[in-house]
Design a protein around this ligand. Structure first.
Ligand SMILES: Cc1cc2nc3c(=O)[nH]c(=O)nc-3n(C[C@H](O)[C@H](O)[C@H](O)COP(=O)(O)OP(=O)(O)OC[C@H]3O[C@@H](n4cnc5c(N)ncnc54)[C@H](O)[C@@H]3O)c2cc1C
Length: 356
């Protein structure tokens, strides 16, 4: 079937939700296209090159023991994982100075993806090939009644595609801020979407890469909680066997832009003089990512919207919103995105099988 004849499904967004869903629908034999605004797949899974074979994560980095869908996906794709480094003492920073804790009560045991979290998205995207179209931001979604039945037209930057069903696989608040829907989305869903926070969308993540994990030689875990900032929470981001060596931290939402100089001063106060000269320092402000966060992202604070049962109903019979925020289990996490893909996959396949 060519695109012009109409597809079974169009998925807007090649984050982990959209990619997992596209994989499922393609396996069910449905014709599907994924339209992605950025020039890369992965969305909030973003890994950048380091001085070592293993990249560094500027977005998500961990998954946890109780996240069965992530474990199953990792095993199926054969991507390599390693445990988060937790050994050593943690630090606690206040205006009174830095206190060394006995042990590390800050880091929970977690797993990391050796080739960066984005490797999960890249591994899902590879077999989908030309099903995914990059650099294709979607601007409008129109549900059209024709004599042959209802269909959905999706207008992106370079053209329009037609399908029986559409899944809008991006944060709901971003979807209603950036995409024009005709007819408009049902009022209660549009209001729900508009107040749903984008998980980590208001966060700056700082990553400092070093030649060596020198803090480990000092018996430190690389973990810290700070009441002074600019980073409020810090962790070791090193790869397996400490290569590449890296620390990362989050600034609190609402703290405003942070400067490299302030981050380095804080790292020196916490970890000593050797922290002053990283070989690379990345400050990634997710508020500025136009394909992650709407302009008012910091105003969204109603986390009770996460996993709301209303996300599971179709809108105008043929549209679904799906992202980690809509996931029934672990919303916000990669696991939540996979849960969202699963429930929409079930609903969409049932609809297609039942529809004439
Ligand atoms: C700093 C940070 C740290 C995190 N840490 C963790 C962690 O340790 N563990 C964990 O489990 N989770 C973590 N998360 C959350 C995790 O990254 C998300 O749960 C997950 O990646 C969301 O996937 P998604 O597909 O639902 O959404 P997204 O990844 O946001 O994907 C949406 C996609 O839609 C695209 N798009 C947007 N608008 C349009 C448009 N108009 N047209 C076409 N395409 C569009 C985007 O470019 C993007 O590719 C973190 C997130 C961040 C930002």
């Amino acid at each position: 079937m060519s695109d012009e004849d109409g597809l079974d499904a169009i998925i807007i967004g090649a984050g982990i939700t959209g990619l997992a869903l596209a994989t499922r629908l393609a396996a069910e034999g449905l014709s599907v296209r994924v339209l992605e605004a950025r020039d890369r797949v992965g969305g909030r899974l973003l890994s950048v090159a380091s001085n070592d074979a293993h990249p560094l994560d500027l977005g998500a980095s961990w998954f946890w023991a109780d996240e069965a869908r992530v474990h199953e996906l990792v095993a199926r794709l054969g991507v390599r994982v390693h445990p988060q480094h937790t050994a050593g003492d943690a630090l606690f920073q206040t205006t009174a100075g830095v206190q060394r804790l006995h042990g590390n009560p800050i880091d929970a045991p977690a797993m990391r993806l050796q080739d960066g979290a984005q490797s999960l998205a890249l591994a899902l995207a590879a077999p989908l090939g030309s099903t995914i179209r990059l650099d294709a931001p979607v601007e409008a979604v129109t549900v059209v009644d024709t004599t042959d039945g209802r269909r959905v037209d999706v207008r992106h930057r370079d053209g329009t595609l037609r399908a029986r069903c559409v899944v809008i696989a991006l944060p709901p608040a971003l979807a209603v801020a950036r995409i024009r829907f005709d007819p408009p989305l049902p009022t209660d869903i549009a209001a729900l979407a508009a107040r749903t926070p984008v998980w980590m969308g208001a966060i700056t993540k700082a990553v400092a890469e070093y030649d060596d994990p020198f803090w480990r030689e000092l018996g430190l875990a690389g973990a810290a909680v700070s009441h002074t900032g600019p980073l409020r929470e810090l962790h070791d981001l090193s790869g397996p066997a400490g290569r590449p060596a890296a620390l990362f931290g989050f600034a609190a939402p609402g703290d405003g832009p942070i400067s490299p100089a302030a981050v380095l001063a804080q790292l020196v106060e916490l970890f000593g003089e050797r922290a002053r000269t990283p070989r690379a320092l990345h400050l990634h402000d997710w508020r500025r990512e136009e394909w992650t966060s709407p302009a008012d992202v910091e105003q969204h604070t109603d986390y009770a919207t996460y996993g709301d049962p209303r996300w599971r109903s179709a809108m105008h019979e043929r549209l679904w919103l799906a992202s980690t925020e809509t996931g029934r289990d672990h919303p916000g996490h990669i696991e939540g995105a996979l849960a969202a893909a699963e429930h929409v996959g079930d609903a969409l396949c049932s609809f297609i099988r039942a529809a004439p």
